[in-house]
Design a protein around this ligand. Structure first.
Ligand code: IMP
Ligand code: MG
Length: 181
């Protein structure tokens, strides 16, 4: 098989590190105000959200516990397969708790819809969502995102936790790759 030329691209800086950090401070303020000191269960959606999650939870001043959910839908393509698979679940009960989901990016919205349904069934006191990136033009469900870091177009974002075919997660900035044709 031929090597995927996209893997050799050097992603162009799309959102620099300093802008991400400034926006995280604002998002954290929003979240602190929304919960008013109430304890939350902060849920990191693996793998893509691990850096965003680690950075933002350190800016929150509400009591929190951390949980991790892993889902996959992408394979190595730039378009969602439309099929969401749960690969790691949370063992702790969520009943009566305030749950806050941290996503790296909401694209078609299928993943977040799947997560909302999964968690709502566990009878939490509330479920809110916070996504670093949001592609409103790609949305295919009516899922609501409570807090959004940056609205973007149809760019394929990589870095700061986001990958393309497993690569680029360690970039400190959000870069973009040229689309496949
Ligand atoms: P959705 O189900 O289509 O909303 O896609 C959500 C998941 O797809 C995200 O959690 C990401 O893991 C992945 N994804 C969607 N768009 C991008 C992108 O631009 N870059 C990297 N991953 C993406
Ligand atoms: Mg993800």
């Amino acid at each position: 098989m031929m090597e995927d030329p996209t893997l050799n691209q050097k992603p162009k800086v799309f959102i620099p590190e300093i802008k991400i950090q400034a926006r995280l401070i604002e998002l954290a303020q929003e979240i602190n105000q929304a919960y008013q000191g109430k304890p939350i269960v902060a849920i990191c959606i693996l793998k893509g959200s691990f850096i965003f999650f680690s950075d933002i939870i350190r800016l929150l001043d509400i009591p929190l516990t951390c949980e991790f959910l892993a889902l996959s839908s992408y394979g190595s393509k730039m378009v969602s397969s439309g099929e969401v698979k749960l690969t790691l679940d949370i063992n702790e009960p969520l009943e009566g708790k305030h749950v806050l989901i941290f996503e790296d990016i909401v694209d078609s919205g299928l993943t977040l819809t799947y997560i909302m349904n999964l968690l709502q069934a566990r009878k939490p006191a509330s479920v809110r969502s916070c996504s670093l990136l949001f592609k409103p033009e790609s949305l295919k469900t009516d899922v609501h995102v409570d807090s959004v870091g940056f609205k973007i177009g149809k760019e394929f974002g990589v870095g700061y936790g986001l990958d393309y075919a497993g690569k680029f997660r360690g970039l400190p900035y959000i870069g973009c790759l040229e689309h496949e044709h």
